[in-house]
Design a binder for this molecule. Sequence first.
Ligand SMILES: Nc1ncnc2c1ncn2[C@@H]1O[C@H](COP(=O)(O)OP(=O)(O)O)[C@@H](O)[C@H]1O
Ligand code: SF4
Ligand SMILES: [Mg+2]
Length: 359
Amino acid sequence: MMGSMMVVSVSNAEPIAAEPILRVRDLCTYFPVRAGGEVHAVEHVSFEVARGSAFGLVGESGCGKSTLARTILRLIPATSGAVEFDGQPVFDLSAGALRGVRRKMQIVFQDPVSSLNPRMTIEQIVGEALSVHRLVANRAERRRRVAGLLARVGLGADDIDRYPHEFSGGQRQRIGIARALALEPELIVCDEPVSALDVSIQSQILNLLADLQDELHLSYLFIAHDLAVVRHFCDEVAVMYLGRIVEQAPAKTLFDSPRHPYTQALLAAATRPDPNAPPPRAVLAGEPPNPADPPPGCAFHPRCAYATERCRRERPALARTGAGGPRHVVACWAAEDACDSDVGAGRGAAQSADGLNLA
Ligand SMILES: Nc1ncnc2c1ncn2[C@@H]1O[C@H](COP(=O)(O)OP(=O)(O)O)[C@@H](O)[C@H]1O
Ligand code: SF4
Ligand SMILES: [Mg+2]
């Protein structure tokens, strides 16, 4: 049965041809908890972001997405593992070299309200990094650069002296994007940049990010809890559950042939064509387990209708699936069976989702 599954140890999927902009290897981030023990927020995560691409990271709240993003940026310490940005080992860099890498690797946060200092003007917020990195000679030059950045994200030149509270949620996120662009980064980590926005505003911000990607040859690590958001935006998508990647594939493959029951359930929930229609028959039941006390075996087993005795005992490793091509990896015993018995293609979201726990 294992014959058609290749267990992939270091990087989940087939390495990408050109040198990736970001390479994450076997990354773990644990937090000590007061009662004793630790929360394993990020567990042995490996992936690569191809230069100029958008890599999506999706999963329910609490699965470790923000911790992963912050660990990559060295904003919180990794427990183990490695990150390479543009071939440089981020965790081994001296403070000076890290400053250089930080310029090239920026972050846009989920909440544009709390991430913008209410007492600073837009000029100060967007231009701060230019001054810190001594990239402008004087105030006039800084104003000119900030005005250019505001124009680039669709804000007006007269917005420059205003304060964050004077803007709508979508406009505030544009300010956050302008701030991220100030140092001319190569990679932007977007941590749920549209989750706090109305659906109509979400697409405007996604369009802006897509335009900027084309104009500036940016790469994105794009985090979302909603699969629908990454569908058209990302080239490759990884699905996270309780700190681990459980499925990863080129976006089209993941959406056309999801193999992990968790991905299938997320997809069933994300593809309701009419918001007024009744909820899908199969939705994710229950809450994710406590990451400080994860279930044995496959962490998804308490919520999975396919779970067998083996799932409760043994954790499936990420492995290539026969049907999905070399860049499609899944951590699920049932995906292996489906692949081997050649019914994988028939296990699309709608059919398989029926097998999940019904709410
Ligand atoms: N500073 C911290 N100390 C302890 N636990 C934390 C800390 N930050 C995050 N966690 C825990 O790590 C897990 C992952 O959190 P997070 O990365 O914020 O998830 P997500 O961004 O996917 O919602 C959660 O269980 C969260 O409670
Ligand atoms: S390994 Fe078992 S419990 Fe885990 S997702 Fe697959 S079928 Fe469900
Ligand atoms: Mg988060």
